[in-house]
Design a protein around this ligand. Structure first.
Ligand code: A2P
Length: 342
């Protein structure tokens, strides 16, 4: 079997360490792995399959001997290095938002639009974490009864912001409990014991960048340019695991029991929905898992063709590293790991 040379750009970050875990667990055909980060981490040691690797600074030549480069090192790093990597012959799967809406860059959730991968020209984009879990849960319903409108409110964990945000939350929790003053560095306000309706910069239309990603990316992944989407994205003091309250309007009536039935057979989805025993998806137990969990499925009391539901997933896994590795697996399976998409 053909084996591939993997590179992880941002290997020292939160998503980077999930890349390592997911690759270890899923064991795709790997010939070699290169751990890349910034100059700050050069020389640091990381383990992959019980073997020690030395982190290298990412430089243009880093990509000369890589077939598949998994990037999670921020938009600027991605903008700079992805084209260099693609030119050197690697196929980039990029977790940043840098390339997602470029017309000739596929934006892929393997449960939904795996065929789009084939059109890659060396860069494939991994969608935004909040979008991935929402579309994984909604697309199986959309196929049966086309969705016209989505209203989504998110409750997003700090891990999505990176290591510094996780440290900031932990530090502030202790400071507040000890009656000390907190000084925010990563977020505009204190995140401990708080809820911040600001994720990404504010746009002229009043939405934030994160909210607008949910609008645009949903349409692109689902090939449904007419779906109306309105999102409010909120950062909450949870470490890992994004939760979403979603209100969906369908073309025709969709009964909650039919939605439960469809979702119970949908790839990557697990229905947890029994109010009698307080069974519903929660962020804490979902950390470290691979599924997108759906519960609280009920008729939308304000809309005869609407359903309301609660969707939870590990934002570092299905929302980032797992989805990217699944894209790589799909490319390998279909023999689409071709330099520059040739
Ligand atoms: P480093 O640890 O050397 O700063 P997180 O999102 O969890 O904060 O992680 C961000 C990741 O992106 C880290 O691995 C970080 O490496 C990496 N990174 C940041 N800037 C660069 C850069 N210019 N080149 C390569 N990797 C980078």
């Amino acid at each position: 079997m053909k084996e591939y040379r993997f590179g992880i750009v941002g290997a020292t970050g939160l998503v980077g360490s999930e890349f390592i875990k997911v690759l270890e667990q899923r064991n795709p055909p790997i010939k070699s792995v290169k751990m890349l980060a910034s100059y700050r981490s050069a020389g640091k040691k990381l383990f992959f399959n019980h073997q020690e690797y030395t982190v290298e600074e990412t430089i243009p030549e880093s990509f000369d001997d890589i077939d598949i480069a998994l990037f999670s090192a921020g938009g600027d790093t991605s903008k700079h290095f992805s084209p260099i990597a693609a030119k050197a012959g690697a196929v980039v799967v990029d977790n940043s938002s840098a390339w997602r809406m470029e017309p000739d860059v596929p934006l892929v959730v393997p449960e939904i639009n795996p065929d789009d991968i084939q059109k890659h020209k060396g860069i494939i984009a991994n969608p935004n974490c909040s979008t991935i879990q929402m579309v994984v849960a909604l697309y199986p319903l959309h196929k049966v009864n086309p969705i016209k409108r989505i209203i989504v409110d998110t409750y997003q964990a700090v891990a999505g912001t990176g290591i510094r945000a996780v440290e900031e939350l932990k530090t502030q929790v202790v400071q507040v409990l000890e009656g000390k003053e907190t000084i925010p560095h990563v977020y505009p306000h204190q995140i401990a014991f708080n809820a911040l309706p600001e994720i990404g910069v504010f746009l002229d239309n009043g939405y934030t960048k994160e909210e607008w990603k949910m609008v645009e990316e949903t349409r692109k992944i689902m090939h449904a340019p007419d779906i109306a989407v309105s999102a409010t994205c909120v950062r909450i003091p949870v470490l890992t695991g994004h939760s979403e309250a979603v209100h969906v309007e369908f073309t025709n009536v969709m009964l909650p029991e039919d939605a439960r039935q469809i979702l119970s057979q949908a790839p990557g989805v697990k229905v947890l929905d029994d109010p009698v025993i307080s069974l519903y998806p929660q962020a804490w137990p979902c950390a470290g898992t691979d599924e997108t969990f759906v519960g609280r499925i009920r008729q939308d009391a304000s809309n005869p063709k609407g359903l309301a539901m609660w969707i939870v997933a590990d934002n570092l896994r299905k929302g980032a590293a797992l989805n990217a590795v699944q894209i790589a697996e799909e490319m390998i399976k279909r023999d689409w790991v071709r330099p520059g998409g040739r």
